[in-house]
Design a binder for this molecule. Structure first.
Ligand code: LFR
Length: 478
């Protein structure tokens, strides 16, 4: 069999990673080759990603990988956070830096979109959680601002795949998060495009996860290791990849993909879109192997990350480990936070935002200074655990599944205090999955694709991915 290495690129809102999988005596070894910090930045009142910085960071990582993998690289696949996109001209050059989904411009465009297509109709057509970060609201915000459309737009992972030589596509798991895809068919929803006045021609062709997009071309192809290297669309949505990285089967498990966001849900064979599901605003996102990620976005470590940035700006930073330890010493708070309050999704001044929410409920303010950090962190963790339990209850109701196991994957799965609170609040057996579950799922889809595991939309493909995920979870090098 082919013993060349594989490369997985994982784009995160907080950091981006390039990882390598090598076969040593026929056993896989996975290790991180390059990691760099990422963050949106404010330019002229807008919130943007620094595309040049990200591209340079990734290409540095790819060059490092090429140097290490003297046996050659068989394939590269890219996953990342969803919804944000790059507009390109006819030659594929970016028209500018992509907006960050947290930019407040979509507060207005969301209303405008819903005047053209009602929220009810939207839910009926797409089965997607209506949340203003979705690509649809952003594309419409561009329209309202009169921004140039360019030739096409691509979500970020797909953009990088095309930049390195791949075909221009919209990979299905990522495409569903645009809120522009039909619920029961993997195709763009013409009704929404027409209602909002979006150009169908600027949306690339939808392909299933596990699609081979061609060979590396351009400057990278000059490196010997990248001769004949395939570019593969994994689950381009990092959450779809993270779920594909869970080596579990059966019907009794749910997941939390725990990072900046907490995605709380379960895998389904068929979407659910009953009236109750619509009211609860759950999402039916594409999953690897033609399944459905049925979940809800819960405001996750964002609350902690933004609070930590606030205390750091005060000159008294906390490390996450110390903060968790200190928070654990404090008992259960009397009143919990509504973690999904719209205001808490916005950047900056997090402790003040928390107090503003408390004030509305007639509660006394908490100490927002660095000295008060443990109390605020304690409140956040208890509130998150309670929210997870509530969401999982509803998921169980809507899916008809009785859960026994809860897999927690992603960076925040290392927070044992939160894991314990979650186990207590849900009554489920908590299993800690991979910290870099997106990378595991990314590699697993590459293998299923390269080994020709049948049609990408069948159960055979999905099962092959689960098998590889099991093998790769044990292959991570410390
Ligand atoms: C997680 C994630 C979520 C998505 C949000 C915005 O990184 O991809 O699944 O809702 O970020 O892209």
């Amino acid at each position: 069999s082919d013993t060349r290495a594989l490369v997985a690129v994982d784009l995160g809102a907080g950091s981006c990673r390039v990882s390598l999988l090598r076969w040593v005596e026929n056993k896989p070894q996975i290790f991180l080759v390059h990691r760099f910090a990422n963050a949106p930045r404010e330019v002229n009142g807008g919130l943007f990603w620094d595309l040049t910085m990200i591209a340079e960071g990734l290409e540095t990582g790819l060059r490092k990988a090429a140097e290490i993998a003297t046996e050659g690289v068989r394939a590269i696949a890219v996953d990342g956070w969803a919804v944000d996109y790059v507009r390109v001209d006819t030659s594929g050059n970016p028209l500018g830096d992509p907006y960050c989904y947290r930019d407040e411009r979509t507060i207005k465009s969301e209303k405008s979109v819903h005047r053209r297509c009602s929220p009810d109709r939207m839910r009926e057509l797409t089965g997607i959680q209506l949340i203003r970060i979705n690509t649809l609201y952003q594309l419409h915000a561009d329209q309202l601002a009169g921004l140039p459309e360019g030739d096409q737009w691509m979500n970020l992972p797909e953009y990088f795949l095309s930049r390195w030589g791949g075909a221009r596509v919209a990979e299905l798991t990522n495409a569903t998060h645009t809120q522009l895809v039909e619920l029961y068919r993997p195709q763009w929803c013409h009704e929404i495009f027409t209602a909002v006045g979006l150009d169908l021609a600027s949306a690339p062709k939808i392909v299933p996860p596990g699609s081979d997009l061609g060979e590396v071309r351009g400057p990278l192809a000059e490196l010997p290791a990248f001769k004949g290297t395939r570019l593969i669309a994994p689950g381009c949505h990092d959450t779809a990849s993270a779920i594909a990285g869970i080596p579990a089967s059966g019907r009794d498990w749910a997941y939390i993909s725990s990072g900046t966001w907490s995605l709380v849900g379960t895998l389904l064979e068929q979407p659910r879109n009953s009236d109750a599901v619509k009211t609860d605003n759950f999402t039916n996102l594409g999953a690897v192997g033609s399944r459905i990620c049925f979940h809800k976005n819960v405001n996750g470590m964002w609350l902690i990350e933004q609070s930590m940035a606030y205390w750091a700006a005060e000159g008294k930073p906390w490390s996450i480990a110390d903060l968790v330890k200190a928070a654990e010493q404090i008992g259960k708070p009397d009143t919990l936070l509504d973690v999904d309050d719209e205001d808490l999704l916005l950047p900056e001044r997090m402790p003040e935002r928390i107090n503003a929410q408390r004030a509305k409920k007639g509660l006394a303010p908490l100490d927002t200074s660095s000295a008060g950090a443990p109390v605020i962190a304690n409140l956040i963790f208890y509130s998150l655990a309670a929210r997870y339990a509530k969401v999982l209850d509803r998921i169980s109701l809507h899916s008809g599944k009785k859960f026994k196991r809860l897999y927690i994957v992603g960076g925040a799965s290392q927070n044992e205090f939160l894991n314990r609170l979650t186990a207590e609040a849900t009554g489920l057996d908590v299993h800690r999955g991979a910290v870099e579950s997106s990378t595991i799922g990314n590699f697993a889809v590459q293998m299923a694709c390269l080994e020709g595991m049948g049609d990408k939309v069948t159960g055979v493909f999905a099962e092959s991915v689960v098998d590889w995920a099991g093998i790769f979870c044990n292959a991570v090098m410390k």
